[in-house]
Design a protein around this ligand. Structure first.
Ligand SMILES: *Cc1c(COP(=O)(O)O)cnc(C)c1O
Length: 355
């Protein structure tokens, strides 16, 4: 039976990405060697990282003065690298979920942190609005998509200070105005590649303004200067990322991805909103087009286990919600075909008929 992969991360990748990466694991670029055993300084691999960098710049229309880095350590490493490199006195953070909370905790090790607003009291079911970002903050940090709670900020906020964003789970799902940002970072395992690489888009002028000493590996300047080759980069995930980037470009670029993502999300939210059994957990105006979170209505709560079982029998994988929200979460990243979303909807409707 066909499996429909709704895992939140690591998550679905395009067949193009998986097939080409598998081929390169066996024989990379006609070298007769595996991608896993070739020097990262070989001309074949250098070409990969250069092309990946160029494609990120092209797809996101990154202006001059920015560099694209491929780092290890996951998005969680950026929670400390950002303040290490950018926080002199004070930074502003918006608390919209667990990942944002983790970022705030790390920033507090480096200076004053102004948490401008939080939706923690409502289990992060909405994005706070009407907050004020102080003009004297070094930067304003937000999480564009809250993977666990299914809320998303699908815009680049207008504030007087530079933006820093964790875009781990929605990068490449909409065009962004990169010029508003000092740093954008994203772990690859949601919308790009297997786990192991994190993309960091950094404005070169934003670096070198803090007084503290920074360990070499945690200093963005090290990686800017060495083109992400200061030490051995995660070669295989970078190769896979390049395949996904090519696939995005061939499919029509980021605007086309956004169009498809909006369509997929719309039909799934519509199925939830018109359902007798299911109800969405995120505030409708803040709903994510990447992670769709829903539960059984109160009077049908005891059917949740049965639905998971039924959905599994129909080939649905990874739809159990995060333990902090419960219920269900369908992650419908760029690589998810509309047909899989339709299959999930059909499964929901069939289950509903039985109850
Ligand atoms: C998954 C995720 C992270 C954590 O990424 P790691 O690579 O595991 O450190 C951080 N932020 C967001 C928004 C995520 O979805």
């Amino acid at each position: 039976m066909k499996k429909h992969n709704f895992y939140a991360g690591p998550s679905i990748l395009s067949e193009y990405t998986i097939k080409n990466t598998a081929d390169a694991v066996l024989n990379f670029a006609g070298t007769g060697l595996s991608l896993m055993e070739i020097s990262h300084r070989s001309k074949e691999f250098t070409a990969v990282i250069e092309e990946a960098k160029a494609l990120v710049k092209e797809l996101l229309e990154i202006p001059a003065g920015y560099d694209v880095l491929f780092l290890g350590g996951g998005a969680s490493m950026q929670f400390c690298m950002v303040p290490y490199n950018l926080l002199n006195k004070k930074a502003a953070y918006l608390e919209t979920g667990t990942w944002a909370s983790n970022a705030i905790k790390e920033a507090k090790l480096f200076g004053e942190v102004d948490v401008v607003a939080s939706s923690k009291e409502a289990n992060f079911s909405y994005i706070p609005k009407g907050y004020t970002v102080p003009d004297d903050a070094d930067y304003f940090h937000f999480t564009s998509n809250n993977t666990i709670y299914g809320t998303e900020m699908r815009f680049d906020p207008d504030v007087k200070v530079p933006l820093v964003a964790d875009m781990s789970s929605d990068i490449f799902s909409r065009p962004i105005d990169v010029s508003k940002y000092d740093v954008i970072y994203a772990g690859a395992q949601k919308n790009l590649a297997p786990a192991g690489v994190t993309i960091v888009i950094v404005k070169e002028d934003a670096l070198g303004h803090v007084d503290r000493a920074i360990p070499t590996m945690l200093d963005y300047r090290t990686h800017v200067k060495k083109g992400s080759m200061f030490n051995t980069p995660p070669c295989l995930p970078i190769y896979a990322a390049l395949q996904t980037l090519k696939y995005y470009k061939d499919a029509g670029g980021i605007k086309e991805m956004e169009k498809r993502d909006l369509e997929k999300a719309a039909i799934l939210y519509d199925a939830i909103d018109t359902s007798k059994l299911f109800v969405g957990t995120a505030a409708p105006e803040d709903r994510s087009i990447m992670n769709v979170c829903f539960v059984m209505k109160e009077e049908y709560k005891d059917l949740e286990g049965e639905f998971i079982e039924f959905a599994t029998s129909q080939g649905m994988v990874g739809i159990k919600g995060h333990r902090s929200v419960g219920g269900f979460r369908a992650s419908i990243y760029n690589a998810m075909p509309k047909s899989s979303v339709e299959a999930l909807i059909a499964t929901m409707k069939e289950f509903e008929k039985k109850h």
